[in-house]
Design a protein around this ligand. Structure first.
Ligand SMILES: NC(=O)C1=CN([C@@H]2O[C@H](COP(=O)(O)OP(=O)(O)OC[C@H]3O[C@@H](n4cnc5c(N)ncnc54)[C@H](O)[C@@H]3O)[C@@H](O)[C@H]2O)C=CC1
Ligand SMILES: O=C(O)[C@@H]1CCC=N1
Length: 272
């Protein structure tokens, strides 16, 4: 039984723990450290995992440690964990946006480290995660990291670390883009007089249906789009409006902003 410790028991840790338990990993294999007493209680109640207020205690016996705190918290935790990590030499998995492998090595020591970027649909097993490893990660540890993230949905290795901020810009932050589009569709329908609950239900189910068709058919999004678009019909009118208002550029700018922000988060930590 591989012992896994989570440092930080917030939204993403919960999503990943939920996924791991569903794959049959016993709750006894998981420890979590979390400063908020209320969160510790709900983690213990919902998942049956051991919780600790102190990071060192949660990490003490672990072979794999998942760093699931905000990037800005990293400097606060490395001082208290460094000795434990140097002694036990676990596999370290960071899910923090922006934080680079070289920064993690500088703070936590020369350990096998996997940097990854999951997303919140991990909570329902429909996550998408990009992973990147440093040279110290052995093939079995690579498989171990993948196994943990596979529990949350789809995984893809990204060998060029420079692309990890792009992963954040596409899939890490991505669920919010689709939620924003559904909000906009809902508001547009309400503005035309539709009751909000009907508008929301229709927009959300359309998002689900389009997503499932994309994933389950394996066909290119352009081909699926063409099949909806009758010549001179309603979809063509809407898509021409998207194009006239620069949708591809709007999306490219948004992804660039998220990607850039990942780099900035890391640069801010270089100053600490
Ligand atoms: N929310 C998302 O969609 C995604 C978040 N991430 C990354 O996951 C990490 C966590 O994000 P969330 O779970 O959304 O944040 P969150 O705020 O829900 O969870 C962070 C947890 O860390 C705890 N914490 C604070 N200080 C601590 C300390 N000194 N020691 C241990 N725990 C401490 C907080 O009490 C909180 O429960 C971030 O680095 C973020 O970049 C990655 C992918 C997606
Ligand atoms: O917004 C953020 O910084 C985090 C990382 C990806 C999703 N949420």
């Amino acid at each position: 039984m591989t012992r896994i410790a989570f440092i930080g028991g917030g939204n993403m840790a919960r999503s990943l723990i939920g996924g791991l338990l569903k794959t049959g990993i016993p709750a006894a294999a998981i420890t979590v450290s979390e400063p908020q007493a209320e969160s510790r209680q709900s983690l213990a109640r919902e998942f049956g995992v051991a919780t600790y207020a102190e990071n060192r205690l949660a990490a003490a016996e672990a072979e794999v440690i998942v760093l699931a705190v905000k990037p800005q918290i990293m400097p606060a935790i490395h001082a208290e964990l460094r000795d434990t990590l140097q002694r036990n030499r676990p596999l370290l998995i960071s899910i923090a946006a922006g934080v680079r492998l070289d920064q993690l090595e500088r703070w936590f020591g020369a350990l096998p480290i996997v940097r990854c970027m999951p997303n919140t649909p991990a909570l329902i097993g429909a996550g998408a995660t990009g992973l990147c490893a440093n040279a110290r990660v052995s093939p079995p540890q690579r498989a171990q990291a993948q196994h943990i993230l596979d529990a949350a949905g789809l995984t893809r290795w990204v060998d060029d670390e420079a692309l990890m901020d792009t992963v954040t810009g596409i899939s890490g932050s991505g669920p919010a883009y689709f939620f924003a589009l559904v909000e906009a569709l809902e508001d547009a329908a309400v503005a035309q007089g539709m009751p909000r609950d009907t508008a929301r239900a229709l927009a959300a189910q359309t998002c689900l249906g389009a997503g499932r068709m994309l994933v389950e058919s394996g066909e290119a999004p352009g081909e699926l789009r063409r099949r909806v678009t009758s010549p001179h019909g309603t979809t063509q009118a809407a898509l021409e409006s998207f194009a006239a208002n620069g949708l591809p550029a709007i999306v490219a700018h948004a992804v660039a902003a998220a990607t850039r922000r990942g780099g900035e988060l890391a640069a801010e930590l270089d100053k600490t």
